[in-house]
Design a protein around this ligand. Sequence first.
Ligand code: KG4
Ligand code: ZN
Length: 344
Amino acid sequence: MKILAIETSCDDTCAAVLENDYLLSNVISSQTDLHAKWGGVVPDIAKRAHMEKIEPVINTALKRAHLTIKEIEVIAVTLGPGLAIALGIGVNKAKELAIKYNKKLIGVNHVEGHILVNLIKNKLGKPERKIEFPALAMTVSGGHTKLVLVEKIGKYTVVGETLDDAAGEALDKASKIMGLGYPGGPIIERLAEKGDKKYLVLPRPLSGQKNFDYSFSGLKTSFYYQVKDWPKEKIGKNLANLSATFQDAVFDSLLIKFKKAIEFYKPKTLLASGGVLANLELRKRLRKLAKEFNTPVFMPTKKEFNTDNAAMIGIVAYYKSLRKEFVKDKESLDRNPRLNFKIN
Ligand code: KG4
Ligand code: ZN
């Protein structure tokens, strides 16, 4: 099964080609630099960049896979959740190609992509990961923070999620408060290496509650009020300490709930993914936690699998194609910016 996958839910224009669950090519045209000076994703800029890049990105993905569109059997595309006008570009392009070349079409939930990204294999079939179910997946990005129980591929229950900001979004906002750039996660990671994580006292919101939900907006607000009256020089001198404190509060919050959910659901495998998983400190702490429970943890093997990409949309499409979940009426397929991810 040869699959062309397209992802345009936020600020990256992505296309990938897979042969079953083997990845043949994965192309990402990042818009980070275009949005950086605005401190976040600007919808109109994203739309224009997606429109400009979608065709060259698809063509490059096909070329790198040594295939033509004629040899592709399935076209997969992210339906949501995400930015409406960005999603629309990918969905329209996928529909256009599927109708013109008479291909099967599959709509994919972006969050399922982040969860299944750990199942992608390279051309040589590596890595061979034995994923036993139930698995518990933590996906942490700039748009979502969710704990999902995977009973089997295609059967998911969201057992916890953020009630307000996503963890990556919190890092981005903290970076802005400190007068630093966007995206904040990698900047804070670098600064935090040399900082004192006990420099401020920050809350671990909802950590005492029995559920597995998160809240990061209170954490950001607490941080804001503690530093808002500081002179610029004081913030400048303490960037490492502030970064270390904030990052630690975010990761503690994530792991406190993950640990509780592991104790409750007793999963046989742990999965973690999303943009924030690019963070080496978080990866280290996750490995330590997994060891405590003697449970394997799988995280993306490549940096480009952490952040948004189309390979993860392609792997979801592969499993959907095994279940014959093709779009019946291609013409009527539509983006869904608020696509839910509750129980499938
Ligand atoms: O998955 P992603 O590319 O896009 C969304 O679907 O949101 O995630 C982007 C998020 C941003 O909030 C960014 O600050 C965060 O991932 N991020 C990181 C790191 N690299 C990216 N957070 C912490 N440490 C990093 N190294
Ligand atoms: Zn994402």
